[in-house]
Design a protein around this ligand. Structure first.
Ligand code: PEP
Length: 249
C-alpha cells in the first residue's frame, strides 16, 4: 500500500490570520488516512509547524535554494526550512521554473539539498499547453524526470507531482484517461530506473484545478496517490472534502 497524500500549496497567499485554516482543517484528518501537507508562505512556516504538532498535519515549504548556504539575498536554504519544523518542500513548481527560469539541473540540485536537510521533496513536473497540443507530453515528462530527479532517490524521500501547466489555476482538467496515461508512464519510468521496490513506493500526486467536485473522479486512477492542490487548499472547507475523497478512494 502506497502512502496517500493531500498536499496544499498556498502560494503567495495568507498572513497570520490564515493559520486559522490549519485549526479548521485539523478535525478533518482521517485516522490511518491520507497524510495532509500544507505548504504556506515561508514567513508562516515556523508558526504553522508549531501549530501542526498537535494535529498531525505536515508542513512544507514552497521552495528552497539549490545551495546549502551563502550570499543569496532573500533566499531560503533547505536546512532553514527543516529548522522551522517543516518536513516537506515543493521543488520545481512550474511557476518557479517559469518566473525564475529554473532548469531541470537547478531543480535536481534543490532536490539534493532537500534530501541532505532531511526533507521530503515534492518534485513537480508537467507539460505546457503547447507541448500537449504537439503530442510531446510524455517526452517532456520523461525529460523532466531524468533531468531533475537525482539518482539517490529512496522509497521515502520523494513525492512526484504531475501538474500539467495548462491545468494550474485555470479550471481545466485533463481527462481521466490522460491522467492515467501520464501517471502510468511516470510509474514505469521510476521502476525502470530505481527498481520495483522503490519505483512502486513513490507517491504520485496529480495537480491542476483539483476541486471538491472532481477529486473523486481523479482519485479513481490506480497510480494517482493523492493531489497537490493550489486554490482549493486555501480554505479548510474546500480542502476537507478533497481529503475525504482521497481517504475513500
Ligand atoms: C498548483 O499550483 O500546484 C496547483 C495545482 O494550483 P490549482 O490547484 O489552483 O490549479
Amino acid at each position: 500500500m502506497r502512502r496517500k497524500i493531500a498536499a496544499g500549496n498556498w502560494k503567495m497567499n495568507g498572513t497570520s490570520a490564515a493559520l486559522a485554516e490549519l485549526e479548521a482543517l485539523a478535525p478533518h484528518l482521517v485516522q490511518d488516512g491520507p497524510d495532509v501537507v500544507i505548504c504556506p508562505p515561508a514567513p508562516l512556516l515556523y508558526r504553522a509547524a508549531e501549530m501542526a504538532k498537535a494535529s498531525g498535519i505536515h508542513i512544507g515549504a514552497q521552495d528552497c535554494h539549490m545551495q546549502a548556504s551563502g550570499a543569496f539575498t532573500g533566499d531560503i536554504s533547505a536546512a532553514m526550512v527543516a529548522d522551522t519544523g517543516a518536513t516537506f518542500v515543493i521543488v520545481g513548481h512550474s511557476e518557479r521554473r517559469d518566473a525564475h527560469e529554473e532548469t531541470n539541473g537547478d531543480v535536481r540540485q534543490k532536490v539534493k539539498c532537500a534530501w541532505a536537510a532531511g526533507l521530503t521533496a515534492i518534485l513537480c513536473i508537467g507539460e505546457s499547453g503547447e507541448d500537449r497540443a504537439a503530442n510531446n507530453t510524455l517526452d517532456i515528462i520523461g525529460g523532466q524526470l531524468s533531468g531533475s530527479l537525482p539518482d539517490a532517490m529512496t522509497a521515502t524521500n520523494t513525492v512526484i507531482a504531475y501538474e500539467p501547466i495548462w491545468a494550474i489555476g485555470t479550471g481545466l482538467v485533463p481527462s481521466l484517461e490522460q491522467i492515467i496515461e501520464v501517471h502510468d508512464f511516470i510509474r514505469a519510468r521510476l521502476i525502470t530506473r530505481f527498481g520495483h521496490d522503490i519505483g512502486n513506493a513513490i507517491p504520485l500526486l496529480y495537480g491542476g484545478s483539483v476541486k471538491p467536485d472532481n477529486a473523486e473522479t481523479i482519485f479513481k486512477a490506480e497510480n494517482v496517490d493523492g493531489a497537490l492542490v493550489g486554490g482549493a487548499s486555501l480554505r479548510a472547507s474546500d480542502f476537507a472534502p478533497i481529503i475525504a475523497a482521497l481517504a475513500a478512494s
